[in-house]
Design a protein around this ligand. Structure first.
Ligand code: SF4
Length: 296
């Protein structure tokens, strides 16, 4: 085949601000740390290639939340707290075990933690909307002892005793419609309810950029971890807009039939490294004898 392929990138794709900060903090700690290895408290990022890349540089991923599995004495080694943050008691465990803490908690998550603590101290009942098994929710919950996690409206209906006044805080990555449904259900049962706007725009920005991209190409490649929730959501959107869409982790997974299309769009989840996106773009160019790559 000898025709030109137009490759367009979504205007917004790949690492969000919080993930980029955390990866950069880990790399910086590696440069500065006199004690090796450098640890991350839980996986820094939901992307296998990125974790393998960090491991090859000397960054060791610890199991978060299980004190028994942690070293008894870090000997002054650096431990990176990931963008999701941690409950204060887990941070204390690290400190008492002689870790040099590098706090890469995303500023948006720090804000949620502080607001949870502030309302808790003022006597509000604190409700968190999100996934109760997610590290971010566990971290925020640590700042408001006794808070209740609500995953959906049915969880609100199941509540037996409700307070007179309460605050609702969301996981940063919850969908707006799901948050609104939980807030509405809670507002029907709590007379004084403060609903905080804590959803991060990163996911929506990538979705919107994908919608714009999909209107301009014949096929879409979504790059990112197969287990990354936000990448999976991007792929669902891509498929609904463009039947010729694929979700891949690495350039080797580019489907052979991509060569049937004369224009291909690339997007990537918030945990996909720049290097992986670049490698996919370069591999797409090689699919054709002559390639013309333009950025949207
Ligand atoms: S999605 Fe938003 S809140 Fe979460 S780490 Fe990224 S920038 Fe921070």
């Amino acid at each position: 085949m000898n025709h030109t392929l137009r490759i367009l990138r979504a205007d917004i794709l790949g690492y969000c601000m919080g993930v980029r900060r955390a990866v950069e903090a880990a790399e910086q700690a590696l440069l500065e740390s006199p004690v090796r290895p450098v640890y991350t408290y839980g996986p820094l990022i939901h992307n296998r290639q990125a974790i393998e890349n960090l491991a090859s540089k000397g960054i060791v991923t610890l199991e978060a939340g299980d004190g028994d599995e942690l070293p008894r004495d870090f000997g002054g080694a650096s431990v990176i707290i990931r963008a999701h943050g941690v409950p204060p008691e887990e941070r204390s465990v690290l400190e008492t075990r002689n870790a040099r803490i590098v706090d890469a908690t995303c500023p948006r998550v720090v804000s949620s933690q502080k607001r949870a603590r502030s309302y808790y101290e003022r006597g509000y009942a604190v409700y968190l909307a999100g996934d109760r098994n997610h590290g971010e929710i566990a971290g925020i919950a640590g700042y408001a002892p006794g808070c209740v996690v609500l995953e959906n409206e049915r969880d609100v209906e199941r509540l037996e005793e409700l307070p007179g006044r309460a605050v609702l805080i969301s996981q940063t990555t919850i969908k707006q419609a799901e948050y609104d449904a939980i807030a509405d259900a809670l507002a029907r049962r709590v007379s004084e309810l403060v609903v905080l706007s804590t959803i991060c725009p990163a996911t929506l920005e990538r979705q919107r950029a994908l919608e714009e991209l999909a209107s301009r190409v014949e096929a879409v490649i979504v790059v990112g971890g197969l287990h990354s929730a936000n990448t999976q959501r991007l792929f669902l959107t891509a498929r609904s807009l463009c039947p010729h869409s694929w979700h891949i982790e690495t350039p080797e997974e580019i489907p052979a039939e991509i060569s049937r299309y004369s224009s291909v769009g690339i997007t990537a989840g918030a945990s996909t490294p720049d290097e992986t996106i670049d490698a996919v773009e370069q591999a797409l160019q090689k699919v054709y004898y002559s390639g013309d790559s333009t950025h949207s």
